[in-house]
Design a binder for this molecule. Structure first.
Ligand code: CA
Length: 235
């Protein structure tokens, strides 16, 4: 469940790399956070002084004023949680982090999930902040339920074990229920566009999925063949 916008924790994202800004803005919003972006150290301090934030995500290498200095300035007046983000190769000294008052740090490249777990952890230590629950990426169609975050699959309520490619293939078909997926598209998305192996691999995976999903694998009603084109998932 995502908290209503009025109670969404506010994140001050201090980051000058566009790719990170874009990915984090979208990712954090989806996970229930409001995001305000500062693109250099001075802007970070100015934004911090003019509004209230629940957590600061602070890149170290910034234009105009370094992340370390930003951290010191904010700490001089506030105990807001600060998570420092360092680039690969930058020496992040845990002792220095503690000295300047950072609560935690991560090193690029990191996984969004890992970062969000750390944000939740520092927020949980502040009991006045309502921590949004993890967004569940769950898809259901017909008898199948896929829990993407935990990579679990249930058919008719019973858990079945899928290999990585099988899960990816079923996820792609199921999230496009009712739509024909061409063979090329399925192979591109599951095995990569540079896949040069036998295209029968796809049929082998489909066959195995049918034995797990279908009541009568030889007369499939969910994973159907669209002759000459590809496959379609039907609820
Ligand atoms: Ca940077």
């Amino acid at each position: 469940m995502i908290a209503p916008s009025s109670s969404r924790p506010r994140v001050l994202l201090v980051e000058d790399e566009e790719s990170f800004v874009d990915a984090l803005t979208i990712g954090l919003d989806r996970e229930g956070f409001d995001v305000v972006v500062a693109r250099d150290g001075q802007e970070a301090v100015a934004l911090f002084n003019s509004d209230v934030y629940d957590v600061i995500l602070l890149d170290l290498m910034l234009p105009k004023m370094s992340g370390l200095d930003v951290c010191r300035v904010i700490r001089a007046s506030s105990d807001v949680p600060i998570i420092v983000v360092s680039a690969k190769g930058e020496e992040v000294d845990a002792v220095v982090m503690l000295e300047i008052g950072a609560d935690d740090y991560v090193t690029k490249p990191y996984r969004l999930r890992e970062l969000i777990a750390r944000i939740r952890a520092v927020l949980r230590r502040r009991d006045h902040v309502a921590v949004p629950e993890a967004a569940e990426h769950v898809f259901e169609s017909g008898p199948v339920r896929l829990e993407v975050d935990t990579r679990r699959c249930y058919v008719g309520g019973a858990e079945i074990k899928l290999r990585k490619k099988e899960f990816a293939l079923l996820e792609l078909l199921l999230t496009n229920t009712g739509r024909v997926m061409t063979r090329d598209h399925l192979i591109d998305r599951v095995w990569g566009s540079d896949y040069v192996g036998d295209t029968k691999t796809l049929d082998v995976h489909i066959k195995r999925l049918r034995t797990l999903v279908e009541k009568k694998p030889k007369e499939p009603v969910h994973i159907t063949t669209v002759r000459g084109v590809g496959y379609r998932f039907d609820a």
